[in-house]
Write a protein that binds this ligand. Sequence first.
Ligand SMILES: [Zn+2]
Length: 340
Amino acid sequence: MHVVRGYKAELDLNNEQRTACLKHAGVTRFAYNWGLARSTFKKKSKGIGSFRLTGSIHVFPDAVQLPRLGRLRIYEHGFIPTNAKILSATVSEQAGRWFVSIQVEEEQEKPAPTTTMAVGVDLGIKTLATCSDGMSFENPRALKHAQKRLKRLERQKSRRKKGSKNRAKTCRKLAKQHARIANIRKDAAHKLTSYLCKNHAMIAIEDLHVAGMLKNHCLAQAVSDSNFGEIRRQLEYKSNWHGVHLTVIDRFSPSSQTCSCCKWKDEGLTLSDRVFVCLDCGYVADRDYNAAKNIRNVAVSSIDTQNACGQKSAGLFNGASETVLVEAGTNQRYGLSINV
Ligand SMILES: [Zn+2]
């Protein structure tokens, strides 16, 4: 199957090349603003922006050759494939660093998951993700940790005279901090989603109402620091790449309150209760781990009921069993009527 992918690498520019890139971005901004003359303009102070190039683009292990800009070195050697069909190149700036993103079309084998595991994932604020297979991923809380530095820089900026060089210097420092926060968040999300997609045949997550959570003033900062939207976006495209079945379960499913062993419900469970104790069967587990197992169970049983094949499907994903059978020699999982 054809897959369009973007490979982004940082450029190692000399002064002349940096000026050329700035000019290109300036011209693009001018053209954009000319078209938008009646509404909001793209301000240079909001970032230098980016520009997209098509035409004669070549990739070398240590450089890219772009129309009019010539050969530009990149920091990460051998990352961008040199023999793929190149569609376009986008050059962008972020907090003083320049990047090139090469969009290529690749031929990819129809993916077949290498494992048979089904996993449920409970996303949270303290622990970014708790998986039903026992793995958990810490939340780096990048914004929270940078808060002190950000406030100091914001104060410094407000003291500097508008239009002065010192104010511009502080603005650059602030932009760098914000870029760093974004990078830490993205890194955590990539590590989590890659682990999930490379090691499982099926992933179940909850359909979190992120926009609603952001409206809650007390939750907003922690939620945006957790990057739930980005995690969902990455899971959607990576599950496609790896041939993994992604199931999103209803957000009103009582995953935290239900016992993952016997389905008993603890109606009185509050957010501060970190341990789930079942008063029926005596099961005791970390609250998030219990929720992750429930998420997996709900997804698995919904597939079991959807399954058209019938035979051998019942119970395969169920209960404490982590595994899903794969029919030998094929990619067809019993109990899954999926098209990958
Ligand atoms: Zn129980």
